[in-house]
Design a protein around this ligand. Sequence first.
Ligand SMILES: [Zn+2]
Length: 317
Amino acid sequence: MLVAPFEIELIERELPAPSSSQVLLRVDQCGVCASEIDVWTGKEPEELPAAIGHEAAGIVERVGDDVRGIQPGDHVAVWVDGGGFADRLLVEERFCIPVAADAPYPAVAEPLSCIVNAVELAAPRLGDDVVIVGAGYMGNLLQLVAALKGPRTITVADVRPDALARAERLGATRVIDTSQASLADAVRDVSDGGGADVSFEVTGAGAGLQVAAEATRMSGKLCIVGYHQGGARTIQLGRWNWMAFEIVNAHFRELETIMRGMRAGMRLVSAGVLDPSGLVTDAFPLGRVADAFHAATEKRNGFVKALVEPAADSPRG
Ligand SMILES: [Zn+2]
């Protein structure tokens, strides 16, 4: 439980039996999400104590009487709105997605769902020139998924050298440090002069929106994937309007859409078509959730994603 900003407490609770439609899970992994950092620091006030952690996956221990599609021993990724930083978790069966037992990073399911749905909605076509602004965890994940759509080029922009080096290792056609060079010029070079067919903004910052828009061709798609928390953003709406951009808001609130994205993403992961496991740079046992948040907040050079792995230190094993 997050009991106060920067303060996590492990609380022992009696384990309830699953209801007829629920599944009891032994949590294997739960990722620390960037959207939780403002809750952790108190910048985004939330009622405390709060059970946080919504990127969970684990192994089924028990199932309710009416559960038909899942059995004890199955590996699943789940959709939950909190409580993932725990050794056990109760989830409705309909929010469980099967994953391969040997998938190294099953907890990717929830963030991957956002990315799968973003790519599906923006729908880059075969041979498109694609731009991704922001090469953090979500930008990297987007790059891996967008590559499956068969673009001609993927140009990735960021200002952090370690992030750009990683994007290059993940197969970017070109990487641009926007503190040193113009993304729009670079994209014009590779795109026969017009600009990107589809640009994804994955920074959550106004500057990222602007850079992405400048690199997009007339009538191209500008897809907002970044999480724009906090104050207002200033955009060049006159130009966006004139350029006839198709503005795609890649945020999803319908549970059905989220579950569909999880299912599609985890089919790819379970089959080995998509391997995001290289993005996990930090793993902590349940007793060190606070350290996982410190790592995700400090973002040292090379940091991408922190996981909590409760099974590693569970007293009940
Ligand atoms: Zn998340």
